[in-house]
Ligand binder design. Structure first.
Ligand code: F6P
Length: 348
């Protein structure tokens, strides 16, 4: 029998550790099972347009510490059109793929789930620096982002203390505040604002005023980009650009500036904002993310070897397990009160 050919794609935002997954899957697939691999370029766009590159041991050598994805990525959504799923399945045949590994977050894996329902041989690997994918304790890339933000908070503390300023730090987190909460706790933030909670400007300002009345002369405020602040006009997201991507997401950015201006106006304390943006997603993965991504890559190829399709590899406790992709998608994993209440102890 001819060896199986496996396609691998990376979809959604890039994230440290993607290359580690690709390397691990290819390495185990070739060495243990004699598989062949095709790297699908630019996520689902590559499946719609048959864009692929060879993936052999040489191509995956040396990529472990490399950020981003050697395959490229996109936010293309094949399900935007009625026949998109059929087209992807047709192109799997055209590219002679026996199975496909889709590495991505809720959007990418929702497509994988639909393809599985249509009979395609697909497995999923969970990825998002936001860490908000359901049914896995952690996604790779998150630990790297948290370390980058924690270091930034430590550095920003210097100016906050020296100049007696309020320093607002805007971090990623479209729907959930995992990065803000973890990095905020690790960096000793005096306030952490996350999309899961509701705030008024009065709450924020009063907490800072109280802290300064206690004798503190600086504050660090960490704000997730997806936070909504209540006002008389209601609640709205702050967006940096009009329009939506193919999965219906607006382009966030700017809430840190809004919060910063209001704090300065209402407290009289000199305030500055730093937007960390794509710094959080760039560069080399931490050791934790390299190990997690490697374990995910190996587990994904083992699922294919068992013919266990429609599953996503997942970290539960210290174990890598397989769960139906359908259970992971459609509902995000949010920061719970158990964690946020710990962060809250240090507010004000
Ligand atoms: O989905 C991960 C994420 O990093 C979000 O935190 C952020 O809102 C978004 O991607 C940014 O996407 P882009 O790089 O396409 O602007």
């Amino acid at each position: 029998m001819a060896p199986k050919t496996i396609g691998i794609l990376t979809g959604g935002g890039d994230c440290p550790g993607l290359n580690a997954v690709i390397r691990a899957a290819v390495r185990k697939g070739i060495m243990a099972y004699d598989y062949r691999f095709k790297g699908i370029q630019k996520g689902w766009k590559g499946m719609m347009e048959c864009l692929w590159q060879p993936l052999d041991l040489d191509e995956v050598s040396g990529i472990l510490p490399k950020g981003g994805t050697i395959l490229g990525t996109s936010r293309t959504n094949p399900l935007k059109t009625a026949d998109g799923a059929d087209q992807v399945i047709e192109n799997m045949k055209r590219m002679k793929l026996d199975a496909l590994i889709a590495i991505g977050g809720d959007d990418t894996l929702s497509v994988a789930n639909r393809l599985h329902q249509e009979g395609a041989a697909v497995v999923g690997v969970p990825k998002t620096i936001d860490n908000d994918l359901n049914m896995t304790d952690y996604t790779f890339g998150f630990d790297t982002a948290v370390n980058i933000v924690t270091e930034a908070i430590d550095r920003i503390h210097t100016t906050a203390e020296s100049h007696n300023r309020v320093m607002v730090i805007e971090v990623m987190g479209r729907h959930s505040g995992w990065i803000a909460t973890h990095a905020g706790i690790a960096g000793g933030a005096d306030m952490i604002l996350i999309p899961e909670k509701h705030y008024t400007m009065d709450d924020i300002v009063n907490s800072i005023k109280e802290r300064h009345q206690r004798g503190k002369d600086f504050s660090i405020v960490v704000v997730a980009e997806g936070v909504m602040i209540s006002s008389e006009k209601g609640e709205d997201l702050v967006v940096s650009k009009a329009g939506k991507d193919e999965f219906g997401h607006v382009k966030l950015g700017g809430v840190g500036q809004v919060v910063s201006e209001e704090i300065e106006k209402r407290t009289g304390f000199e305030t500055r904002v730093t937007v960390l943006g794509h710094l959080q997603r760039g560069g080399t993965p931490t050791a934790f993310d390299r190990v997690l991504a490697t374990r995910f890559g190996v587990a994904a190829i083992d699922l294919i070897h068992k013919g266990d399709y429609g599953k996503m590899v997942s970290l539960q406790g210290t174990q890598i397990v397989a769960i139906p992709i359908s259970e992971a998608v459609g509902q995000l994993k949010m920061v719970g009160d158990d964690l946020y209440d710990i962060a809250r102890i240090f507010f004000g």
